[in-house]
Write a protein that binds this ligand. Structure first.
Ligand code: FDA
Length: 395
């Protein structure tokens, strides 16, 4: 390999973590080259948060991340916090909005955030080469050689910021994992996360009949309980509560869904029987739930008889169908519909403060390619910023 390469550092991937790392390293005087096969940098940022970019969550700490070792995230998150990203936005005159407590979005389009990162890269004299399909990486004691179909580049340091497998149409590929394997690193098996869940048979028919209905629900999966909005779709279930639980769900596991978590329905129905005995359970249930859902869930329960004629046991059974709906999905929406990939490069092999690979000097991994997956709500981009920044300071 060339003894005097043109670049100090090559970053593979011009996504959220790669751009942050490149701007940070370039700002320290490093000569940085960023390579990506996409035509535009930051494609996922551009469509994130429904086009508004949910760029961080103020509560980002290790408890909000799934990983074999969530503590791995602590140092990088503490060294570049949501407030540091806010300060960067402020320097570029970009405002923000808080949707739910701590969950921050751009006050304009997500495009502004991509433009900000590209501007930071320009100021740091980072060279961006887009539309380059990476064919391979070679390594010897002097550094790394990256080959594409048309060219090759060399540098003593290489940062892998290639993301996971989710959303191939936005540029995702498995190259980050392939390279990690080439360098002898262990991969925690990847799977789709933050994705809708799919059902078959009768359950699918039920969901299709209720498609479009959205309501607050609480889902229990083993010892985890999550409360958020649920949406019925033509294929199954979606909405924030499903996306969040999907990152934990494994094939064959049962979900228990409470469709009315704030009301003790059995008590309300038995109470109503005393004072409104001519009304039907359906009328009572429709006070809290969409009619279509009530009709569907009570179809086989004679719920259109007056309360006076129904025993307490049956009223309790009706309440149970709403509070304890047990379902087994047949699968997830797959990588095509998953916002993130759970699993990835085992963090045991990575220094948590610099993102350097412990076994290969000069090699770094940042962002989603690592076995670090945030909850829904801005945590994944914060991890991209924090890990990218950590590597940018270290290279
Ligand atoms: P990222 O995926 O951003 O970048 C990887 C880069 O590598 C891409 O530019 C890709 O083109 C390139 N690449 C991949 N393979 C290559 C190859 N073979 N050759 C060359 N280049 C290659 N998170 C959040 O916190 N808030 C939000 O609002 C959202 N919203 C959201 C919506 C949708 C639809 C998706 C899909 C994802 C989100 N996310 C999110 C998740 C968030 O976007 C994601 O976690 C980060 O972008 C990950 O940053 P990385 O830099 O690790 O990968």
């Amino acid at each position: 390999m060339n003894a005097n390469p043109e670049w100090d550092l090559i970053v593979l991937g011009a996504g959220a973590s790669g751009l942050m790392c490149a701007a940070t390293a370039g700002g320290r005087g490093r000569r940085v080259l960023v390579l990506d096969h996409a035509r535009h940098a930051g494609e996922k940022i551009r469509i994130s948060g429904g086009g508004r970019c949910n760029f961080t969550h103020l509560e980002a700490d290790p408890s909000r991340y799934l990983s074999n070792d969530p503590e791995f995230t602590r140092g990088a998150l503490a060294a570049f916090t949501p407030h540091d990203f806010l300060a960067l936005l402020a320097r570029h005159g970009i405002g923000h909005k808080e949707k739910s407590p701590g969950q921050l979005f751009s006050d304009g389009s997500a495009e502004k955030i991509v433009a900000m990162l590209l501007d930071e890269c320009r100021r740091s004299r980072v060279r961006l080469v887009l539309g380059e399909e990476i064919r391979g990486v070679e390594h010897d004691a002097r550094g790394f050689k990256v080959r594409s179909a048309h060219a090759e580049w060399q540098a003593p340091k290489l940062v892998i910021a290639l993301g996971g497998r989710s959303m191939p149409k936005l540029g995702a590929s498995g190259l980050g994992y392939e390279l990690a394997r080439q360098f002898g690193l262990k991969i925690i098996p990847p799977r789709p996360g933050l994705t809708p869940l799919i059902f078959s048979g009768e359950l699918r028919t039920t969901c299709r009949e209720l498609a479009g209905i959205s309501l607050l629900a609480e889902i229990t999966l083993e010892s985890t309980r999550i409360r958020d909005d649920l949406l019925f779709t033509h294929q199954g279930l979606s909405g924030p509560v499903i996306l969040r639980i999907s990152s934990l769900w494994r094939s064959g596991e049962t979900l228990e869904i409470d469709l009315l978590p704030d009301v003790d329905l059995a008590e309300r129905l038995i109470e109503a029987k005393k004072v409104e005995s001519r009304l039907t359970p359906r009328t009572i249930l429709s006070r809290w739930l969409p009619k279509r859902l009530v009709w569907q869930k009570t179809a086989d329960m004679k719920a259109d008889a007056p309360l006076a004629e129904i025993g307490d046991k049956r009223l309790r059974a009706m309440a149970d169908t709403i509070h304890h709906w047990r379902v087994i999905p047949v699968g997830t929406g797959g990588y095509e519909r998953a916002e993130v990939t759970v699993g990835g490069v085992d963090t045991n092999a990575i220094d948590p403060l610099t993102m350097a690979c412990r076994t290969i000097p000069g090699l770094y991994f940042i962002g989603e390619v690592l076995d670090v997956t945030g909850w829904l709500g801005g945590y994944n981009l914060q991890w991209a910023w924090s890990s990218g920044h950590a590597a940018g300071l270290a290279v």
